[in-house]
Design a binder for this molecule. Structure first.
Ligand SMILES: [Zn+2]
Length: 450
């Protein structure tokens, strides 16, 4: 059995892996790089050109795991695609949104890259998606009945966002568990991961937070309260708050938490604005999660992209706007320029930010007391407003990931989904704690025996 890394680079980008085993080839995730446009931002699908992929498994609907699925399905028209039920529903508007953005940017000559896929293609590929319940075994042909000694897949709740799952591949030769993105603590909406803890030969695990030690006494609740305090200060001096967030997952988590803290009096009464994509995905959360009712309870306001240049942020307003990394041409990127120029306002981050993204650069510049470069152009903006970051990531703490690896005690661990120093921390720590454990850091385009 082998594993091939289809990612083009050694960072968190377009996640995708091929597992080849006697009797089947399975692709795990087919993501799109959040910062790189065109083919360069997709997995190296050319490596699959002369192969036949039976099954594609999507761990969750974040675009760095799902975004290039139409390209893989174009190349592998007979492959079956497995995902959880929420991913089945929320994956569709996300891919349509990507198609719209690529079309618009090409039409406006903002990019030389032709759109990678069309709305029509998204509608077509969905017909071959299969939604699977968690904790049930499925054959790679999509049946619930598994023959003794056959190959099967089973999904387990990963606790990262709605619908996120780790995937257990059982083969007579070996059992492989691919975690996707994980959270081992309860969040506002998502309960912690519920993963298998035994019977795993090879564990393919994410390492996003490998460079960040959990601070002593850390809790999500205390981080939310710290954020509430800073928001209250901003409002007191007549300012408004921008929180750049991902449309999927973080928006709904933050709506829930902000409303809870407003109700408890930690934050003065506020109006929360969200963008169009967040609006759609919040509607899906309300449909899929029992008794969530975010729209009824929180009453967010829709912020139309066409209004953005005319907005005059005021006290009592929270702009919970995507993208979380303030990628260029997104609403949060445009709005940031208004916020940076006024010392009354605040820009607060509550999730992972790639150090190379505008959000990562703003955090670093604010810490260094320097002006920030928000785009590819050399122009910089002075930072007049309050800038803060709160540790409310949807990824597991590295200590929890390490505990999980040690508890599972597999024969082989493959470290993925982390910047090189994050993977190196896990490799070194595991080497000192479990010298006999085989640990692999798989390079882009490399194939390893499992
Ligand atoms: Zn994710």
């Amino acid at each position: 059995m082998t594993l091939t890394n289809l990612c083009r680079s050694n960072e968190i980008g377009a996640n995708s892996f091929l597992v080849e085993m006697p009797g089947a080839s399975v692709v795990l995730d087919t993501g799109m790089h959040p910062r790189v446009e065109g083919e360069a931002g997709t997995p190296k699908l050319g490596l699959l050109r002369n192969k036949k992929v039976q099954s594609i498994i999507v761990s969750h609907a974040h675009l760095d795991h799902l975004g290039a699925l139409p390209l893989l399905m174009r190349q592998q028209p007979d492959a079956r695609v497995f995902m959880t039920e929420p991913t089945y529903f929320i994956g569709q508007p996300l891919l349509h949104n990507s198609a719209s953005i690529m079309k618009k940017r090409f039409a406006e000559r903002a990019t030389p890259n032709q759109p990678l896929f069309t709305h029509h293609e998204v509608d077509e590929i969905v017909k071959r998606w299969q939604a699977c319940h968690l904790n049930q075994m499925w054959s790679l042909e999509g049946h619930r009945h598994i023959f003794q000694g056959g190959i099967s897949l089973e999904m387990f709740d990963a606790g990262h966002i709605l619908g996120s799952a780790g995937v257990l591949l059982r083969h007579p030769e070996k059992t492989v568990f691919y975690t996707g993105d994980i959270n081992f603590t309860d969040q506002e909406i998502c309960r912690r991961a519920s993963f298998p803890e035994s019977g795993i030969d090879t564990l393919i695990i994410e390492t996003t937070r490998g460079t960040t030690a959990a601070p002593a006494g850390y809790s999500r609740q205390s981080e939310w309260l710290k954020l509430a305090e800073r928001i209250a200060h901003v409002f007191e001096r007549g300012g408004s708050v921008l929180i750049p967030v991902f449309a999927l997952g973080k928006t709904q988590e933050a709506l829930h938490a902000l409303h809870r803290m407003i109700t408890a009096g930690n934050i003065p009464p506020s109006t929360i604005y969200i963008g169009g994509m967040s609006w759609k995905l919040t509607q899906w959360h309300d449909k899929l999660v029992q008794n969530l009712n975010l729209f009824d309870r929180v009453k967010p306001q829709l912020m139309d992209g066409r209004q953005i240049r005319r907005i005059q942020p005021r006290s009592g307003q929270i702009y919970l706007i995507s993208s979380g990394m303030m990628t260029e041409n997104t609403l949060s990127h445009m709005l940031a320029q208004t916020f940076l120029a006024d010392k009354r306002h605040g820009i607060f981050f509550i999730g992972y930010t790639d150090p190379e993204s505008p959000a990562g650069r703003l955090r670093a510049a604010a810490a260094a007391g320097e002006p920030v470069r928000l785009s590819e152009s050399p122009n910089t903006h002075p930072i007049k407003c309050d800038v803060g970051a709160f540790d409310l990531t949807a990824h597991a703490q590295r200590e929890d990931l390490l505990d999980y690896i040690l508890k599972v005690s597999p024969k082989h661990v493959v470290l993925t989904h982390g910047d090189p120093p994050a993977k190196a921390w896990f490799a070194e720590t595991l080497k000192s704690q479990r010298p006999k454990l085989r640990v692999t850091v798989i390079a882009p385009e490399e194939t390893v025996e499992l």
